[in-house]
Ligand binder design. Sequence first.
Ligand SMILES: NC(=O)c1ccc[n+]([C@@H]2O[C@H](COP(=O)([O-])OP(=O)(O)OC[C@H]3O[C@@H](n4cnc5c(N)ncnc54)[C@H](O)[C@@H]3O)[C@@H](O)[C@H]2O)c1
Length: 329
Amino acid sequence: MLLILVLVDQPKIQFSDLYWQLSLACHNGKKAIRQAFADRFVFIGTPLAPSITMSSQNSGSKGAALVTGAAQGIGRAIALRLAADGFDVGVNDIASKAAQLDKVKQEIIAAGRRSAVFCADVSVDSEVKDMVAGVVAALGGLDVVSAVFALTAVHLPSAHWIRWSPMRGSAKRAASLLDVSPAEWDRTFEINVRGMFLCYQYAAKQMILQGRGGRIIGATSGAGKQGNAMMPDYCSSKFAVRGLTQSAACEFGKHKITVNAYAPGAVITPMTEQFAPLANMSQEDFFAMQAKMAATGVNPTTDDIATIVSFLASKEAGFITGQSHGTFL
Ligand SMILES: NC(=O)c1ccc[n+]([C@@H]2O[C@H](COP(=O)([O-])OP(=O)(O)OC[C@H]3O[C@@H](n4cnc5c(N)ncnc54)[C@H](O)[C@@H]3O)[C@@H](O)[C@H]2O)c1
């Protein structure tokens, strides 16, 4: 038996740095030591990740999951579904969504699972690093990561292109490739691509360290399968997520880690519900117009996406990797 106690009493020492250094040392050592470390690591000290708040008890867990962008919409549905499936679930979103996130945490606890809140911006390296270390300390490991966040744009009839920025909390007209500013382009890629890359990277490091495989599930889009006018940054970023997902799948398969993504058309969420009034359309007309673009002619619900993630996270889906699933071909 190996027991490592880490006492952190100097404010300048980050728990996550200690964690990752010790982890790396163990990773470079024998597999047995690495496994024992991952199983037995105990943290005692100052708070870990930004805004971590712990919950209760529980046994009989299927494992530990982390869902980013979980305060609302698709992320919230995925977090609740994974809890119903038997996972303890860490939930993340940006700090301004802390109250909503806490409600999701309470719902997970009410479902009989453990939960912890991690407010962090996934585009910031140190915050993702702290968050993953915090999940391990709070929930005892990391088996499933579902990365959901995005700066999102939506396909509307010509001249009604709108994009939604959760960071700004506002919607605005989507821009032509001729008009997108380098700053807008960079911010979309910071969140949608760098954020996804950081989540994949730190999740995979932890899963490799644990040596028991894992599931990484990202968010791409129908816009990541087919280019669209007027949202070049969003489309390009979602194509990039598919490239990242395939590359990660090729690399991590030997560790029994599968890497997949979901790629739907329009899903009714608090975000997409903002678009109809902005386009001077009823919700009904707006979503009917979106459904015409899907191969099935139907818009998926947040529960449909949670079902995809639930299956991809299951033991039975261990043979599926590198895929992006949805309503677009
Ligand atoms: N809703 C759709 O129609 C649709 C269609 C295709 C793909 N998607 C993809 O699914 C994902 C979720 O979509 P949604 O409709 O639920 O969106 P949403 O805007 O309702 O939820 C996204 C969440 O991500 C959070 N977030 C944003 N930036 C973040 C950051 N830097 N760090 C941490 N959290 C951050 C937001 O605060 C928000 O709570 C997105 O990646 C989106 O591109 C959505």
